[in-house]
Write a protein that binds this ligand. Structure first.
Ligand code: FE
Length: 188
C-alpha cells in the first residue's frame, strides 16, 4: 500500500496536479497540530465548566469551534455524554468517518472491518476486548458516524480529581475514551 501510494503521488506530482509542498503541509498538520490532545481539551473544559458542557450538548460544533478546532472532517459534531447507566461507543460501519478536528487521524483498528461490524452486533463483547467492562445494567449506545455527522464521547470525570486544573484533567483523557473504547486514566 505504501509503494502504491508513493507511485500515485509521483504520477500526480509529475502531471502537476498535486503540489508536494501542500501534501507536506497537510501531513505536518495532522501529525503535529491536530490530534487527540484537542479533544482532551474539549473534555477537560466540559468537566470544569458546566456552561461549556451545556453548550456542547446543544451545539457541539460551535462549542468545539470556539476552542479553535474546526475544519475538515469536523464540520458537524455531536457530543455524547457518558453517565451513570449509559456508555457511548462510536463506529463508522460504512467506512472510517472520524472527527479529525478533535481526534486527529483514526487508528487502524477503527477502520478495520471486524471492528466496524462487531461494534454494532456485539458492542459489549467488543468493549470487553478493549478492557472496558461495564455493569450489566449499563446501557450501551452505539453511534454510526457519517460524512455529515461525527461524534465525540465525553467520558465521565475520574473520581478524586476536584483539585486538578484543566491541563491536568486533559492529561487524563485518552483518545480511546473519546471513541468509547476506553476510560480516562486515573489520576497519577
Ligand atoms: Fe465513514
Amino acid at each position: 500500500m505504501a509503494a502504491r501510494t508513493r507511485a500515485l503521488e509521483t504520477i500526480l506530482v509529475g502531471k502537476g496536479l498535486v503540489d508536494p509542498a501542500a501534501v507536506d503541509a497537510l501531513i505536518e498538520t495532522y501529525e503535529t497540530r491536530v490530534g487527540p490532545r484537542n479533544g482532551a481539551r474539549v473534555v477537560a473544559k466540559a468537566w470544569m465548566d458546566p456552561s461549556f458542557a451545556q453548550w456542547l450538548r446543544s451545539d457541539a460544533t460551535a462549542a468545539i469551534a470556539s476552542l479553535g478546532y474546526s475544519g475538515r472532517q469536523g464540520e458537524h459534531m455531536r457530543a455524547l455524554f457518558n453517565g451513570d447507566g449509559v456508555h457511548n461507543l462510536v463506529v463508522c460501519t460504512l467506512c472510517s468517518c472520524y472527527p479529525w478536528s478533535v481526534l486527529g487521524l483514526p487508528p487502524v483498528w477503527y477502520k478495520s472491518p471486524p471492528y466496524r461490524s462487531r461494534a454494532v452486533i456485539d458492542p459489549r463483547r467488543v468493549l470487553g476486548e478493549f478492557g472496558v467492562v461495564l455493569p450489566a445494567e449499563t446501557r450501551i449506545e452505539v453511534w454510526d458516524s457519517t460524512a455529515e455527522l461525527r461524534y465525540l464521547v465525553i467520558p465521565q470525570r475520574p473520581p478524586n480529581t476536584d483539585d486538578l486544573d484543566e491541563e491536568q484533567l486533559a492529561a487524563l483523557v485518552t483518545r480511546d475514551s473519546m471513541i468509547g473504547t476506553g476510560f480516562p486514566r486515573a489520576r497519577p
